[in-house]
Design a protein around this ligand. Structure first.
Ligand code: ZN
Length: 140
């Protein structure tokens, strides 16, 4: 177990215990998308508010394993303030990273880098992905 793995695990547990931007809003200007992962019981809803091409707010709600909950929390923190184009690039590369596909390693995935180890655990890839797939769907 390397020190980096330990650090990554700590960040994931910290987000799991103290989730950011949790709780949905009742506001029809937000786009909402919900995804469930039956294999693990994860159930996540993501909301995003886009104004003039910028993600002004991003919310998450749901329940599930630590990886799914932490990845939703990290997602919301990273995406607020990004343009839609930047957000889609980051989300695409994150999803490729956790699925062990080719991705742009030079791109700064910020705190989402902590999920890079997930690619070694195929059963957890969906856990780390669903919030991000739901987020992409809110931008469609
Ligand atoms: Zn899970």
């Amino acid at each position: 177990m390397s020190g980096l793995d330990n650090l990554y695990r700590e960040v994931i547990m910290e987000h799991y215990k103290n989730p950011r931007n949790k709780g949905l809003v009742e506001d029809s200007t937000y786009k909402t998308f919900r995804i469930k992962n039956p294999s693990c019981g994860d159930d996540i809803t993501i909301q995003s508010l886009v104004v003039d091409g910028i993600i002004k707010d991003c919310r998450q709600e749901g329940h599930g394993c630590s990886i799914s909950m932490a990845s939703a929390s990290v997602l919301t923190e990273i995406m607020i303030g990004k343009t839609v184009a930047e957000a889609l690039t980051v989300a695409e590369n994150y999803l490729n990273m956790v699925s062990n596909k080719e991705y742009d390693e030079a791109l700064d995935l910020e705190e989402a880098e902590v999920f890079s180890g997930v690619r070694q655990f195929p059963a957890r890839v969906k856990c780390a992905s669903i919030a991000w797939v739901a987020f992409k769907d809110t931008l469609k």
